[in-house]
Design a protein around this ligand. Structure first.
Ligand code: CP3
Length: 346
């Protein structure tokens, strides 16, 4: 192989090679379960300051790589920097999660602007640039963004939600207005991901954390269509950068997502049956997943057993080991060390 990146196991697996042991990284591998993260987090005024200070964002991205030697590092940032960059100011209140002044009508959409996007996100691009220089040569740098539907839920609801009723109702009852919001976020997200790739991101992951609450018709309009546009935009400027999609909770719609969006790999949540995924998805894309983060929290024999079951079902095809969702903040770091040992053959 001639490509300079082809020695990296993560890229090889995403391009279709079947590797044993599979490459390994974990969603939310940087974060509050690590004491070294909590120390840095304790010295800044808020979470967003961490995202927008390249020196600190680089440091917290590297922490789990130093500790565990994962095959990939994911840029430290958040999916909600996009609304922030569009002019919908974002706050993270201690213990309460994200808060935004909700956008619920055309006037709200018109108050947003994509013009300052790259300027606002310049510190994130600087973080990507520094990481691509500083990471060990075998470690792949993953850039990411939220998918338009998931980001729009936070923009419309004004923060986290239990049922996404306000966003869904807007989409169902006034689809023209809601489409304008989705289109704005789609355009911003495509531009953002392309810039991450320009600056050195070697793989991109699109997080659609709330894809699972939609009916098939909504899924088509708010998940598949925008993802198709983002994939096309990235491919136009970066045809070799693999894209991982994560339509969490999509159930049987995982299959339409895989066949219709053109992504290279799909991240499976823990509810997806392994045999079903191996049979219906693994011949089309690389699978990533899907240990339940609660088993990692609990550790012990139950975790070891499930890791071995996942390896057995997936490791004969295209596969990247990961969790079904992000690491839970109470997880003991020793359990992560044990996971690494078991995946790599212990
Ligand atoms: O290590 C990594 O995975 C990279 C960094 C990363 C973060 N958030 C850091 C973060 C990534 C990839 C995300 C994605 C993200 N952010 C998603 C999609 C994935 C998922 O979990 O479903 C979503 C929905 C968000 C939005 C978000 N960010 C919420 C709802 C919250 C508050 C809840 C919480 O976990 O605290 C955040 C904050 C956040 N993002 C933290 C971290 C490390 C914790 C903030 C802190 O340190 O105080």
């Amino acid at each position: 192989m001639t490509s300079p990146t082809s020695k990296k196991s993560m890229i090889r697996a995403l391009k279709g090679e079947c590797l044993q042991p599979p490459p390994l990284w974990l969603m939310r591998q940087a974060g509050r379960y690590l004491p070294e993260y909590r120390e840095i987090r304790g010295n800044v005024s808020g979470f967003l300051e961490l995202c927008y200070t390249p020196e600190l964002a680089v440091e917290v991205t590297l922490q789990p790589i130093r500790r565990y030697g994962f095959d990939a590092a994911i840029l430290f940032s958040d999916i909600l920097v996009i609304p922030d960059a569009l002019g919908q100011a974002l706050r993270f209140e201690e213990g309460e999660g994200p808060k935004l002044d909700p956008v619920r009508d055309i006037a709200g959409i018109e108050a947003l602007s994509i013009d300052g996007l790259h300027e606002h996100l310049a510190p994130v691009y600087e973080t990507v640039r520094r990481l691509s220089r500083e990471l060990p040569s075998e470690t792949t740098l993953i850039g990411f963004a939220g998918a338009p539907w998931t980001v729009a839920t936070y923009m419309v609801e004004g923060g986290s939600s239990r049922d996404f009723a306000i966003a869904r109702r807007w989409g169902l009852l006034e689809p023209d207005g809601f489409t304008r919001l989705i289109e704005l976020v789609t355009k911003a997200t495509a531009a953002y991901l392309c810039r991450q790739a320009d600056e050195g991101a070697e793989v991109l992951q699109i997080f659609d954390s709330w894809a699972g609450v939609l009916s098939e018709g909504e899924f088509e309009k708010w998940v598949i269509e925008p993802t198709v546009k983002i994939v096309a935009a990235v491919r136009a400027s970066h045809p070799d950068v693999p894209i991982i999609g994560f339509p969490r909770g999509a159930g049987v719609l995982y299959e339409r997502y895989v066949t219709e969006t053109g992504i290279d790999a799909v991240s499976l949540d823990s509810t997806v049956p392994l045999d079903w995924a191996a049979r219906h998805l693994q011949d089309k894309v690389t699978l990533q997943g899907n240990l339940d983060p609660l088993l990692l929290l609990g550790g012990g024999e139950a975790m070891d057993k499930e890791i071995r079951r996942i390896l057995e079902k997936f490791a004969s095809g295209r596969f990247v080991f990961n969790l079904g969702h992000g690491i839970i903040k109470e997880t003991p770091p020793e359990h992560v060390a044990r996971l690494v040992e078991v995946v790599r053959g212990g």
